[in-house]
Ligand binder design. Sequence first.
Ligand code: NDP
Ligand code: MG
Length: 381
Amino acid sequence: MKTIGILGSTGSIGTQSLDVAQKQGYTVSVLTAGSNDSLLEEQIRRFHPKKAALLDEEKAKELRVRVADTNTVVLGGEEGICECAADRDADVVINAIVGLAGLRPTLAVLQAGKDLALANKESLVAGGYLVKEAAAQHHAAILPVDSEHSAIFQCLQGKPANAALKKIILTASGGPFFGKKKEELRHVTVQQALKHPNWSMGAKITVDSATMFNKGLELIEAVRLFEVAPEQVDIVVHRESIVHSLVMYDDNSVIAQLGLPDMRIPIQYALTYPARYPSPVGELDLAACASLSFAGPDEETFPCIGLCRHAVKAGGLYPAAVNSANEEANLLFRQGKIGFLEIPERIQRAAANLRNYERFSLDDIYAVDEQMRQAVRAAGQ
Ligand code: NDP
Ligand code: MG
C-alpha cells in the first residue's frame, strides 16, 4: 500500500485527492493548506497524517493547540509546507497548491527524490528548467494530474521506440464565454466568469478557463513535460470535455484518451501509474454523449493563448513573467477592480518590459514576480 502526501489538501484537487486516497486505502503522511484551519483540522482527524502545515503561522499556532490530542505535528509558514513536501515516508506527493506559491514545494518534493503528482502547473511554467533539472538530478518522476496532460501521458504509453510524435492536440472546453465576441465580454461579471460549464474547480483556475489563459499555461506545461516544440502543440475547442487530449504520430494516426469530466481519474492514475484500479468515477456512455464537437479557438477574442505561445517561444523568464502577471490580473478581476478584457491587456503591457535571460535562478523568478505584479497593478493608474 502506498503512502502519499497532499499539498493544498483543502482545495478542489486536494479534497478529490483525499477521496481517491481513501478509496485506494492509502496512508496519508502529510497534508498542507494556506489558511483553512477548520478543514485541515477535520482532515487531520480523519487521515491521521504524521505532519501538517498551514501557510498562515498564527493559525498554525492555534491549530497546534487544538490537535494536541492527535499524533500530528503542525508546522507553519512556507518552510513548514516545504518540510511536508520533502517527507521521507511518502512514495508520491501531490502538489495541488494554486499559483506560483507551489514552486518551492514542487522543488522540495523533487529534491527529496520523491515522485511528484503535479496539479500545480504554475510551478512548472514559471520554474521551467529548474524544475526539470531537479527531477532529473534526483531521479524523481513528474506525473501529470492536469486532465489534458494525463491524457497525453496515457496516449504516449505503448509508443514504439521508432514512432515519432508529430503533434500534441490539447482540448479546451472554451469556458463560459465560448462563442462570445470581444465587445460582449467587456462587462461580464466575476459571477459569470466563475460559472464553468463542465468542471467545478478553484476560483483562480476557473477565471483562467474563462480567459483561456489556462489553455496557454497548459500549452507551456505540455512543452515542458513532453519536451516538444511550441509549434507541435495545437489547441482545439471541444465543448463536451469528453476527449481529454490527443497525440498525432508521424503517420498521421491520432490517439485520444476519453472519459467523464471528473478529476479523480487523472488524480488516481498519477498515484497508481502504471497500474490501473477501479475508480469512483462512472463509466463513459458514448451513445449518451450523442455528439462530440470540435472547433478552432478564437484567439482574437481570447488573446491569452497567444500571449503564452509567445512567452514559451521567447523562453527564459518569459513564461514566469506572464504567469505572475496573470496571477495578479486574475486576482484584480476577482476583486472587482478591473474588467475582464483588462486581464490580457495588463499582462501584455507588464511583460513587454521584461529583461529576459535564458538561464535564471529561483531568486530571478521571485524578482520577476514582484516586478510583474507591480506593473499589472500600476497599468491602470
Ligand atoms: P483551490 O483554490 O481549490 O485550492 C488551492 C489549495 O492551495 C488550497 O488547499 C489552499 O489552501 C492552498 N493554498 C492557496 N494559496 C496558498 C499558498 N500561498 N501557499 C500554500 N498553499 C496555498 O485550487 P484548485 O484545487 O482548483 O487548483 C490547484 C492547482 O491545480 C492549480 O494549480 C490548478 O491550476 C491545478 N488544477 C486544478 C484543476 C481543478 O479541477 N481544480 C484541474 C487541473 C489543474 P486554503 O484552502 O487554506 O486557501
Ligand atoms: Mg487542464
